[in-house]
Design a protein around this ligand. Structure first.
Ligand code: B12
Ligand code: SF4
Length: 357
């Protein structure tokens, strides 16, 4: 007869063997932080991300995930790339694409590991059990689950920070009906530091631990297919896909002792940046047609913005570059038949002209 403690230890060992860099287990139940999600939505901070609203009750209370659910096994996969965790020096002419999206799509990679974990658990105890595996897209607040599973603490930038690995860590959840022993919350180690809150280009934090997603560059450049609000365009700078600023400035991602775990299964190497995305040339981006975009984003999380969204983002970056040599590339969009891109191009051209004079 396996005790809950033994089961938890064995599940963790299996998860590590399958490539997880860290793993913890928490109860599938509501917490004060999961309950706070509804109020966040009611304040309008979720913007057009209607999928959050549709699964609101489950996000507020993981006991509603499915009948009989008891334990959430939360795994983390580190995605520091070869350049390390410190801010990447930007090459001349390069725009900025966030780290998480520069390599192969982490959703596929991690979801595959979670399915393998479920199969390994079934094999170990020779019986089927109820489970669901999610990476990002499931109706569960992964950071809250990760904190309760003892993987780290939720920083002021709202990211889950692991004490050894920092916050460049993908999360995935295997929800099960198994009876497990649970891990404990770790202490919050942000102290008095406010580097992330101070550095956010768009002022997206309403307070420590709370983000108005509609102001975040990850939202405006990826999640929202509509126009970038004019008031946020200048602050977007040269970010063309998401943003890492509130993580780059975090001392927990910069310190010397930051660990990059071994990669025996070659998972992390698949997350490493593809050469064209490490420091994407703005001129190259503006020249991309849809077919070339499709080729260079095959199997990448970068598909989410769609071609049109990436071009919109690149036009804003061009407007912020003030480089007259980009004019002809931007004019292509002003004269095209997509009215949203034409408007962004006109905005950029007005700023390119300013830099001429
Ligand atoms: C919607 C979403 C977004 C939105 C909103 C983010 C936000 N901060 O609210 C946008 C598009 C802006 C976004 C941006 C990014 N995202 Co995102 N996103 C999600 C998603 C799908 C849902 C998150 C959500 O529900 N947000 C609503 C708020 C209210 O929830 P929350 O952020 O989880 O906030 C909770 C905590 O702050 C917590 N909390 C606060 N204080 C305390 C204290 C304690 C003790 C505890 C326990 C909890 C706690 O309680 C809040 C809930 O009430 C998750 C995947 C998932 N299913 O969870 C990924 C996820 C959070 N994103 C992720 C990533 C990588 C990013 C980006 C780095 C991508 C990028 N480079 O562009 C940025 C980071 C920006 C930032 N500072 O958050 C990772 C985070 C990994 C990590 N180590 O934290 C996740 C988990 C995806 C994954 N599977 O790996 N994202
Ligand atoms: S990802 Fe960038 S825009 Fe979003 S909260 Fe962090 S610093 Fe601000």
């Amino acid at each position: 007869m396996t005790t809950p403690q033994e089961r938890s230890s064995e599940i963790k060992a299996l998860a590590h063997a399958l490539g997880a860099d860290c793993v913890g287990i928490c109860a599938a139940e509501a917490t004060p932080e999961s309950r706070a999600f509804g109020a966040w939505l009611d304040r309008g901070h979720g913007g057009v991300m209607k999928y959050l609203e549709r699964t609101r009750s489950q996000r507020e209370d993981p006991a509603l995930l499915f009948d009989g659910v008891r334990s959430l096994v939360v795994v983390g996969l580190v995605y520091h790339d070869a350049s390390g965790a410190a801010p990447s020096g930007q090459d001349e002419g390069a725009a900025r694409a966030s780290r998480y999206a520069r390599g192969d799509d982490y959703h596929d990679l991690l979801a595959d590991r979670l399915r393998a974990l479920a199969a390994a658990i079934e094999a170990r105890w020779s019986r089927a059990f109820e489970w669901r595996a999610w990476v990002d897209t499931g109706p569960v607040l992964e950071r809250v689950a990760a904190a309760y599973a003892g993987l780290g603490w939720v920083g002021k930038n709202t990211c889950l920070i692991h004490p050894d690995f920092g916050s460049y860590l993908f999360l995935g959840v295997l929800a099960t009906d198994l009876d497990c022993a649970f891990d404990a919350l770790l202490p919050d180690q942000c102290g008095t530091c406010t580097a992330c809150l101070d550095a956010c280009p768009t002022g997206a934090f309403t307070q420590a631990h709370e983000l108005d997603a509609t102001r975040c560059i990850a939202y405006t450049t990826i999640e929202d297919p509509g126009p970038i609000p004019e008031a946020l365009r200048e602050a977007q700078g040269e970010h063309v896909y998401g943003c890492d600023v509130c993580q780059e400035v975090c001392p927990w991602n910069q310190r010397r002792g930051l660990r990059v775990p071994e990669d025996p299964l070659g998972l992390r190497s698949r997350l490493e940046a593809r050469s064209e995305w490490r420091a994407p040339e703005l001129a190259w981006l503006l020249d991309l047609d849809e077919e070339a975009w499709r080729a260079s984003t095959r199997g990448s999380a970068m598909r989410r913005s769609k071609y049109r969204g990436l071009m919109r983002n690149a036009l804003v970056a061009a407007g912020n570059r003030c480089d007259p040599s980009l004019r002809a590339k931007v004019e292509r969009f002003r004269d095209g038949d997509d009215s949203m891109l034409a408007e962004h191009a006109a905005w950029a051209l007005a700023r390119l002209c300013e830099s001429d004079g």
